[in-house]
Design a protein around this ligand. Structure first.
Ligand code: GTP
Ligand code: MG
Length: 392
């Protein structure tokens, strides 16, 4: 509630980043931390992530044993994500327990699938207690894909990170892997499409890169580049990964370890992330205070200017002075003083007859002068406030 209630309306430096981290914090709470804490025994959700074309969908299809997620030559292929689970585990995923912001689809994949939905596929090929989610890519030109992939990864108990021999040193995946490592997320790596002759070298290099990022203990599965059979990898290539996933699903203790590691990491990160959000909110409040103060100063200055103009005689220049001299010069002033009350009566009569009396000219000039003084000072205040706001 507090994360959601934080408001960051002003474009102060860093506001864009702060808004982004606010929404990712909120999403991770909704998508992962709260549902996982509420149901520690729910199936382990392994999210398959990685670059476009790395072979994620092909890998998921191969683990399941038939095509559940479209793979293809056009990049990116996967838009709506596919979540495969054992039929018994269906109840964990149909509702809004995890990823409440994404709709659910069932049945065959269609070209009009809404990308912000998850297609649920029940399959006996996966053991109960483990679900696989084929996510969109993390790095294609489709921005919505990248955002969705990040959202899905932050809802994962386990990242199954797919990369290839050609792309394992790309920057984007490593930024994400570093984040996962910092946060203590459980990660397994699939090094896909490795030419047999390069296997040893590439695997060694990848292992040292992982160790450098604090992911030295992450299991690495390799898949040799082979021809696909009906769009699926041959059993020799996928067997080890499949049995690892199976043993993870069947061993409650191992599963709990993976879940606990990721959950603890996410929980540990909350303090710092909430702290950053609080700092960003305070920065906004300061900025708002600054805006208010500069407007208040501008108007206080204007008010002082008006008081001064009223009392220092500047009002009696120009038009007012001319009318004053006219008033005094016609003798009207003296006559008024001499005539006293009877004169006043005459003037009232004169007023009702509609005759122009010079003293009324004077009154009008005074009024116009006072109005001009107010208008010019308030215009000055408005533009001074605007100028200061712009410079903040
Ligand atoms: N020969 C061969 N082709 C593969 C292999 N893995 C994937 N492919 C092909 O590579 C292309 C991309 O594979 P996908 O599984 O669609 O890749 P993806 O990672 O799901 O891609 P996006 O959904 O765009 O992120 C497809 O044409 C696959 O048939 C492999 O091990 N061997
Ligand atoms: Mg795909």
């Amino acid at each position: 509630g507090a994360v959601e209630a934080a408001r960051l309306p002003l474009d102060v430096p860093g506001a864009t980043d702060a808004r982004r981290s606010q929404s990712s914090l909120l999403r991770q709470l909704d998508d992962y931390v709260i549902p996982r804490l509420a149901a520690l025994d729910a199936p382990l959700l392994a999210v398959v992530g990685g670059s476009t074309g790395a072979g994620k969908s092909t890998l998921v299809n191969s683990i399941v044993g038939h095509v559940v997620s479209r793979s293809g030559v056009l990049r990116p292929t996967t838009r709506a994500s596919v979540l495969v689970h054992h039929p018994e585990d269906e109840r964990w995923f149909t509702g809004t327990r995890v990823l409440p912001g994404l709709g659910r689809l069932t049945g065959a994949e269609g070209p009009d699938d809404d990308p912000s939905s998850v297609r649920l596929v029940a399959s006996d090929a996966l053991p109960p207690g483990l679900a696989l989610l084929d996510a969109p890519d993390i790095d294609s030109v489709v921005e919505a894909n990248r955002d969705l992939a990040r959202q899905l990864l932050s809802a994962a108990d386990l990242w199954l990170f797919v990369t290839t021999a050609a792309r394992y040193a790309d920057a984007v995946p490593w930024d994400l892997l570093r984040e996962a490592s910092d946060r203590g997320t459980s990660v397994a790596i699939v090094l896909d499409r490795v030419p047999p002759e390069a296997m040893e070298e590439v695997r060694g290099h990848l292992a040292s890169m992982l160790a450098e990022q604090g992911l030295g203990t992450a299991p690495v599965f390799t898949v040799v580049e082979t021809a696909l059979v009906n769009g699926l990898l041959p059993e020799t290539e996928i067997g080890r990964l499949r049995s690892w996933l199976q043993s993870l699903a069947q061993d409650a203790k191992a599963r709990a370890t993976v879940i606990k590691r990721t959950l603890t990491g996410a929980l540990d990160s909350l303090g710092d992330r909430a702290g950053l959000l609080a700092a960003a909110t305070a920065q906004q409040e300061n900025a708002i205070e600054g805006l208010r103060a500069s407007a208040a100063t501008a108007y206080a200055d204007a008010l002082a200017g008006v008081s001064e103009g009223m009392s220092d005689g500047s009002l009696l220049r120009g038009e007012v002075l001319a009318r004053w001299q006219e008033f005094v010069g016609t003798g009207e002033f003296l006559r008024q003083i001499e005539a006293g009350v009877s004169k006043l009566r005459d003037r009232v009569t004169a007023f009702f007859r509609g005759r122009q009396v010079p003293s009324e000219d004077l009154g009008e000039a005074l009024q116009t002068g006072a109005a001009a003084l107010l208008v010019s000072h308030s215009q000055g205040a408005a533009s001074a406030a605007a100028r200061r706001w712009r410079s903040l």
